[in-house]
Design a protein around this ligand. Structure first.
Ligand SMILES: [Zn+2]
Length: 482
């Protein structure tokens, strides 16, 4: 309801309006009417006329009393009881009536927003963490956060259809490093993005906003910070992300759009504005968010159901949906590579990853699901780092070797801020090389077990099959040449 996106509002209303509660009220009313009517009919035919009038009066009074006093009082009593229990033990949304859902939903949204606002305000002024400015000449750091992108459906990660031609050629040109065993800290945007952009690790009990934030640390290290997004701005669902973009970043801009490519002119503007300076930009895309068919313009409908080769037990409309997903990745390949190209004239480090993955009809418990899911596909994500030619001129070569060496290491993206500190050689009082992917001390054995409520899923290896990655195959072929 608080969202700018009509789909979000639709989802909010369908989750809020509970028709069963109306049925319940109507049932009560019908019961009172039918008792009254039955009494009237019975007394009409039996000879208790002496008492009939008195009984009629009594039953009418009781019905009115029940309708105007007992029923509402009872409802209010039980609603208050539900809320009081809700404060202490958490509320069961499924048992609430429509009115209660609206009240409780609005209350929790407002109180959580206030909590996040209060703490992000504190983080904004907290300078207790010591940061040494980085020693590299001025450059751009761009973090592109994609959406619902699953690596084994991308050609550059070994998918059979050629849906990433631009990324493929960037990888071939060198300078683009592909990470093969990366998972997200969850399967929902609202959980993943705050963990990616703060020093909170999945296994730590604190909330993300109780830990240092990446934009804040980058700002202390001498970068201007900027947020550019095609996702929705304010809504209950993304309130934590709104708090980051509005409170912890120097400036932010949300592009009202149909498709992700509409962000490109704003990338140009940003590059012009920050030319020659140290700048950290976070670009948040709509990527492959459901519904997949809505994520790309018609010109990018390259693949059809007949092109999909799969071992999954899917019907034709599900195959069509897989083709839509594959096409959304084809369009994303164009948008991401266009962003990368725009930074060609500036020394830039560009990191691209997805917030989380996606289940594509392969969840054991729900084989008909194409969407967010706490399983291997729902947690596996692509991650790549591009060091452009201008950046290579100023970037230490030993650092390039560190990046190359880290490509197949197991990683969870909640540790990205630690890795970025390593990548840029920013020293802070909270650096920890155990979580810095590029350090020799990096802990490859860290348990990767994202949680969602009481459920968790342990990932041993992402869904990527390294032997299928085209760039790795050509490297093998080159080695085999005499
Ligand atoms: Zn997401």
């Amino acid at each position: 309801m608080l969202g700018s996106n009509p789909n979000e509002a639709k989802e909010f209303w369908s989750s809020t309006i509970n028709f069963s509660s109306y049925t319940h009220s109507f049932f009560n009313l019908a019961l009172i009417i039918s008792i009254t009517l039955s009494w009237y009919l019975i007394t009409k035919h039996i000879s208790i006329s002496k008492y009939k009038e008195q009984f009629n009066k009594l039953i009418t009074r009781l019905s009115i009393l029940s309708m105007i006093i007992c029923y509402p009082t009872g409802t209010i009593y039980f609603s208050i009881k539900t809320f009081v229990t809700g404060f202490t033990t958490g509320i069961d949304y499924g048992t609430l009536t429509t009115g209660e859902r609206l009240l409780w939903g609005t209350y929790t949204i407002i109180s959580e927003m206030q909590e996040v606002d209060k703490i992000t305000e504190q983080l904004k002024d907290d300078n207790s963490i010591k940061v040494t400015k980085n020693k590299l000449p001025n450059h751009q750091v761009v973090l592109i956060i994609g959406e619902s992108m699953r690596p084994d459906y991308m050609h550059c990660y070994g998918y059979n259809l050629e849906n990433t031609p631009h990324l493929d050629s960037l990888i071939q040109k060198k300078g683009m490093y592909l990470f093969t065993d990366v998972v997200a800290p969850g399967h929902q945007t609202a959980k993943c993005i705050p963990e990616i952009l703060s020093f909170k690790l999945e296994e730590e009990p604190e909330a993300w906003y109780e830990k240092a934030s990446l934009p804040k640390i980058m700002s202390q290290a001498g970068y201007q910070t900027f947020w550019l997004s095609t996702q929705e701005n304010y809504s209950a669902v993304v309130r934590s992300i709104s708090a980051i973009s509005h409170k912890l970043v120097d400036s932010c801009f949300y592009v009202k759009n149909d498709y992700d490519n509409e962000i490109l002119p704003y990338v140009d503007k940003e590059i012009t504005r920050t030319k020659g300076k140290n700048n950290f930009s976070i670009i948040n895309l709509m990527g492959s968010h459901v519904n997949y068919a809505d994520r790309y313009p018609k010109d990018f409908a390259k693949f059809r159901a007949k092109d999909i080769q799969t071992r999954l037990d899917v019907n034709n409309s599900q195959k069509e949906n897989i083709a839509n997903y594959v096409n959304s990745i084809y369009f994303n390949d164009y948008v991401v590579s266009e962003i990368i190209k725009k930074y060609d004239e500036e020394p830039s480090i560009i990191i691209y990853l997805s917030d989380h993955g996606q289940a594509i009809y392969d969840d054991q418990n729900n084989p008909n699901l194409a969407g967010h899911c706490l399983n291997l596909g729902g947690l596996s994500v692509p991650m790549m780092i591009y060091i452009n030619d201008k950046m290579k001129e100023i970037y230490p070569t030993e650092k390039l070797a560190e990046i190359e060496k880290a490509q197949d290491k197991a990683f969870i993206t909640d540790a990205l801020p630690y890795a970025i500190m390593g990548l840029l050689d920013i020293q802070t009082s909270i650096n920890n090389d155990q979580y810095n992917l590029f350090s020799e001390k990096y802990n490859v054995a860290r348990k990767r077990m994202p949680h969602w409520g009481k459920r968790s899923f342990e990932v041993k290896h992402s869904c990527v099959d390294v032997s299928k990655i085209p760039s790795r195959q050509s490297a093998v072929k080159e080695l085999a040449k005499p």
